[in-house]
Design a protein around this ligand. Sequence first.
Ligand SMILES: NC(=O)c1ccc[n+]([C@@H]2O[C@H](COP(=O)([O-])OP(=O)(O)OC[C@H]3O[C@@H](n4cnc5c(N)ncnc54)[C@H](OP(=O)(O)O)[C@@H]3O)[C@@H](O)[C@H]2O)c1
Length: 321
Amino acid sequence: MKRYRWGIIGTGHIAGQFAEGLRILQKAQLYAVASRSEEKAAGFAKQYAFERSYGSYQELLNDPLVDIVYIATPNHLHSSLTLEALAAKKAVVCEKPLGLSPAEVQQMNQASESNHCFLMEAMWTAFLPSMRILRERIQQNEIGEPLLLKAEFGIHPPYDSQSRLFNPAMGGGSVYDIGIYPLFLFHYLLGTPVSVSSEISLAPTGVDMTAVMTLRSQSGCIASLLSSFACDLKSDAVIVGEKGSLRLDRMFHMPTHLYRQLRGEQKETEVPIDYIGNGYNYEAEEAMRCLDEGKIESEIYSHAFSYELSNTISKVLKKKS
Ligand SMILES: NC(=O)c1ccc[n+]([C@@H]2O[C@H](COP(=O)([O-])OP(=O)(O)OC[C@H]3O[C@@H](n4cnc5c(N)ncnc54)[C@H](OP(=O)(O)O)[C@@H]3O)[C@@H](O)[C@H]2O)c1
């Protein structure tokens, strides 16, 4: 069995979650971590039992023993760090959103191809058993032709103009941070939308605070999606078809509960979902499976998928490029 030496860039909240996820994977070697501060890197390495720690991101990229890099920095650094890592011939798993525009994502995808190095957006939800089961059941026509998707994600973080959530220079805004999950769900279940419209309210920094999004699929399914930093929402999702509905309970983007209710049934039935670990293990497992097979992209979450999702985000945010 080939084991892969992971290098983590950034030592914040999600880096810790991801490291926890890696710990249960036999194929993963918790090798190196890099921070802008040597002290933070050493502390993180000690906490999660990494072998090496570096006080700069570049040192980790210069280490020839690192096989695969996980980028866990704020959004504005995803593109530049991914390009540097790919140029250093590392495989890359980069946090969502992969880039801040379709053009950035395209450049990152092209760098993966020209360097023949694996690249995948770390949209952990895409690799969870709940998502696979949900999509399979829809494809098996369990609820009939999908007619409506409703999904929301709302949190109420304290307003701080300098934080990664609200600072435009760091790629802030609710859609990049959490609205990406309902938008991902649309793409994952229904494909690239044929129409996208939105109403946006802004935070004082100018980034989107709340977005109400309306999409239509090629097949005619319509979607009502919500993203907000202004309030805590239930953050669930339901897809309704001609024969019934499937619902993911609150925090639908996590390993969560799935319920089915067919037309005429009085109550929902829970669909059993087994999962292991904290959920972040699944995306890491998929990356290593792709590396075993010599692939530069995942079939579950391809380069084109990231590009199309970024395109939809830019339409929601009414960006020029
Ligand atoms: N998949 C998920 O469930 C999930 C959940 C939350 C966030 N995310 C994504 O993960 C990324 C990081 O989010 P997070 O919540 O982990 O953020 P965080 O706790 O603020 O951590 C980000 C880390 O990035 C590094 N960094 C580099 N430049 C920075 C700068 N100018 N300001 C602040 N930090 C900087 C820091 O590490 P060093 O100081 O060690 O260099 C920091 O600890 C974002 O892209 C976000 O979209 C994903």
